[in-house]
Structures are given as structure tokens and as C-alpha cells.
Design a binder for this molecule. Structure first.
Ligand SMILES: Nc1nc2c(ncn2[C@@H]2O[C@H](COP(=O)(O)OP(=O)(O)O)[C@@H](O)[C@H]2O)c(=O)[nH]1
Ligand SMILES: [Mg+2]
Length: 193
């Protein structure tokens, strides 16, 4: 994918603020600190379009980016950050659920999990929600540069098992440090646009 333009459009808190252009949308979800902003910056060839931060739990809105005036990349709030008050968490949950289950232009969701760790119940809940909403998903294992070659297969198997994925379901290894997986990710996104 050649990125001719990547433009921040809006941080939406309510459905009436979502773009009304009708362009197809690709959403990115995952736990706080999983590397979502880094991945988005990496695949869009931008240093700081999606704000990266070592302080998790910062993105509380649904952020839309216009790519090539052809589609939107959608950054959803990271989940599972302990230090957020329950009321705020519940609101994020509602915001996310409403977007993911009712958004007509949504073509696909990338579910990011940290390649080093076993996925959690929250990741399972997210996959179940997407499954119910009949949104196609791809599990992306982030930060693979932190794994030794020998750990790779073991960790991918662990993710597959924990998320109850089919044996032939793809898990895409990704690193924003090395760019590994970037080309493959774009190929998959292009197929769904
Ligand atoms: N080694 C390595 N670190 C990463 C990678 N992606 C993100 N990080 C680091 O993980 C932390 C969280 O990244 P960020 O993109 O802000 O996560 P987000 O909360 O999911 O948006 C930051 O310190 C990043 O530098 C990666 O592919 N490899
Ligand atoms: Mg982020």
C-alpha cells in the first residue's frame, strides 16, 4: 500500500461524530500498551500520527484517520488498564461496543495481542464481541522483535490456544521496531477494503 495521505479527522465520543463519508473502515483494538499506536504509525509511515505513549490508558476516544481519501483507519480505546476508574471503563466499554457492533462501514478489526504474553479474558471478550457482530478479525501478535526465534512458535501456539482460534486461523507476527509483518498486514487490509 502506498500511503499518499494520512490525515487525522476526529476523536469521536459519540456516534453522531463519526465521519459520514461512507468510506470503508479498518479498526484497531487491543489492551493498553500492546503497541497499537506504534503499529499504526509504522504501517502509515508516520512518526507520531497516532500518539504513542509509555503511559497507557490515554486514548479514550475513537480516533479516525483518513488514508488516501479511500478509507479510514480507526483507533479504538485500549482496554484493561487497571488505573482507570470503573465509571470511565464502563463508558469506554459502551463506546467501543456501540461502534464495533453497529458500524456499517466497518470492514475488519485487527485485534492486537502482545506476543510475549498469554492473552487475557478481555482479549477473549473482544473476539467474542466481534464474532457476534460478524466483523472479520485478524489477531496480530505485536512486539515480536522481543522474542527469541525459538520462543516464536511456542508463543503463537499459546495465543492460539488461549483465544480458542481455529488451527488454520492466521496470527500475524508484527514488530513496529523492525517493520516485520507490515507488508502482510497491508495485503490483508487491501483484501477487505
Ligand atoms: N520492542 C518493541 N516495543 C514496542 C513495539 N511496539 C510498541 N512498543 C513499545 O510499547 C510501548 C507501548 O506502545 P504504544 O504504541 O504506545 O501502545 P498502545 O498503548 O497500545 O498504543 C511503548 O513504549 C512502545 O515503544 C514493538 O514492536 N517492539
Ligand atoms: Mg495508543
Amino acid at each position: 500500500m502506498i500511503i499518499q495521505s494520512a490525515k487525522y479527522i476526529i476523536s469521536a465520543m459519540r456516534p453522531d461524530q463519526y465521519p459520514k463519508m461512507g468510506l470503508p473502515e479498518i479498526a484497531f483494538v487491543g489492551r493498553s500498551n500492546v503497541g497499537k499506536s506504534s503499529l499504526m504509525n509504522c504501517i502509515l509511515n508516520r512518526k507520531n500520527l497516532a500518539k504513542t505513549s509509555s503511559r497507557p490508558g490515554k486514548t479514550q476516544t475513537i480516533n479516525f484517520f483518513d488514508i488516501n481519501q479511500k478509507f479510514y483507519v480507526v483507533d479504538l480505546p485500549g482496554y484493561g488498564f487497571a488505573k482507570v476508574p470503573v465509571a470511565v471503563k464502563e463508558n469506554w466499554g459502551r463506546v467501543m461496543t456501540s461502534y464495533l457492533s453497529n458500524r456499517e462501514p466497518l470492514r475488519m478489526a485487527m485485534v492486537l495481542v502482545d506476543a510475549r504474553h498469554k492473552p487475557t479474558d478481555l482479549d477473549m471478550d473482544m473476539l467474542a464481541l466481534l464474532d457476534d457482530a460478524e466483523v472479520p478479525t485478524l489477531v496480530v501478535a505485536t512486539k515480536v522483535d522481543k522474542l527469541k526465534r525459538t520462543e516464536r512458535k511456542r508463543n503463537m501456539d499459546r495465543i492460539r490456544l488461549a483465544l480458542e482460534l481455529d488451527e488454520d486461523a492466521e496470527i500475524l507476527p508484527f514488530s513496529s521496531e523492525t517493520g516485520e509483518g507490515k507488508k502482510e498486514l497491508w495485503e490483508i487490509i487491501s483484501d477487505f477494503l
